[in-house]
Design a protein around this ligand. Structure first.
Ligand code: F6P
Length: 319
């Protein structure tokens, strides 16, 4: 193999830059040429592809987001669009592609692989919802961001004896919520992996107040309920002022933590190593501290992220 490409796709995540840097520098040190694709699959389709050198990835390891840019490009589901993307890659002589992104991006990489074009997927998303890895690049940075937001909300809600309902990202994965609820000392965590009963939650909050709670923090994963509506329900039933806060895209920004920088660098280097050894159509993970790789088609079709029941039970004892 002589030429490889790299792109970031889907929602950006802190550490993506470190992963690109890992791919670029490892490829160059192995004597490969490496090409960056701008704005994910959209840029691939539009042939916005540029040769990278060592300097292309200077001063990026500490930066959040992705300097290559990212995009949501649902049109990539269309085989003709993917065919054009492959033609563009072939035109540059690029023989394999490293895709850094979440499950939607993996789907694109899987489809390209099925069309005979080898891809390596690196898990880059704050959601931690990618199969085959304990951690995704960006998850722990986002978790720290959520925790510091909860700490701040605690200061104000405890000062006013208020109840605080906080909506956290994660798409359909409760990992960010669960871990943030435990680390932020919240009273309740509502996650997509468990049934949600609004009336039960409201009654639990009432019980908490009867037991002397001065204020409460409720952390909820997005897409489960309307947090403004929930706050109004709680306020009406308890008579306590209740405020909803949607943390939103703040959670996706900021400098990656040391863990994410190291994880992303390791994964970037590992991806190049896999390609040099002739492996294509793989996705990379970290399992019990070890880098691993799985067949990308099998991972998407058959592997599911396993919800951490132990964490859930731990939380139940702390709340
Ligand atoms: O996948 C990352 C993520 O931030 C999710 O947590 C969230 O549901 C989604 O992206 C938001 O997407 P967008 O930035 O396109 O609004």
């Amino acid at each position: 193999i002589k030429k490889i490409g790299v792109l970031t796709s889907g929602g950006d995540a802190p550490g993506m830059n470190a992963a690109i840097r890992g791919v670029v520098r490892a490829a160059l040190s192995e004597g490969l040429e490496v090409y960056g694709v701008y704005d994910g699959y959209l840029g691939l389709y539009e042939d916005r592809i540029e040769k990278m050198d060592r300097r292309s990835v200077s001063d990026v390891i500490n930066r959040g987001g992705t300097f290559l840019g990212s995009a949501r490009f649902p049109q990539f589901k269309d085989e003709a669009v993917r065919q054009k993307a492959i033609e563009n890659l072939n035109k540059h002589g690029i023989e394999a592609l490293v895709v850094i992104g979440g499950d939607g991006s993996y789907m694109g990489a899987k489809c390209l692989t099925e069309m005979g074009y080898p891809c390596i997927g690196l898990p880059g998303t704050i959601d931690n919802d990618v199969p085959g890895t304990d951690y995704t690049i960006g998850y722990l940075t986002a978790l720290n961001c959520v925790i510091s937001a909860i700490d701040r909300l605690r200061d104000t809600s405890s000062s006013h004896n208020r109840i605080s309902v906080i909506e956290v990202m994660g798409r359909y994965c409760g990992d960010l919520t669960m871990a943030a609820a435990i680390a932020g000392g919240a009273e309740y965590a509502i996650v997509p992996e468990k049934p949600y009963d609004e009336s039960q939650l409201v009654e639990d909050v009432v019980k908490g107040i009867e037991n002397g709670k001065k204020h409460s923090i409720i952390v909820v994963t997005e897409h489960i309920t309307d947090v403004d509506h929930l706050s109004k329900k709680i306020e009406a039933r308890t008579g306590r002022e209740t405020r909803a806060t949607v943390l939103g895209h703040v959670q996706r920004g900021g400098a990656p933590t040391a863990f994410d920088r190291v994880l992303a660098s390791r994964m970037g280097v590992y991806a190049v190593d896999l390609l040099i050894k002739g492996h294509g159509g793989r996705c990379v993970g970290i399992v019990s501290g070890e880098l691993v790789h799985h067949d990308i088609i099998d991972a998407i079709e058959n592997k599911r992220r396993v919800f951490d029941e132990e964490l859930y039970l731990t939380a139940a004892k702390l709340f």
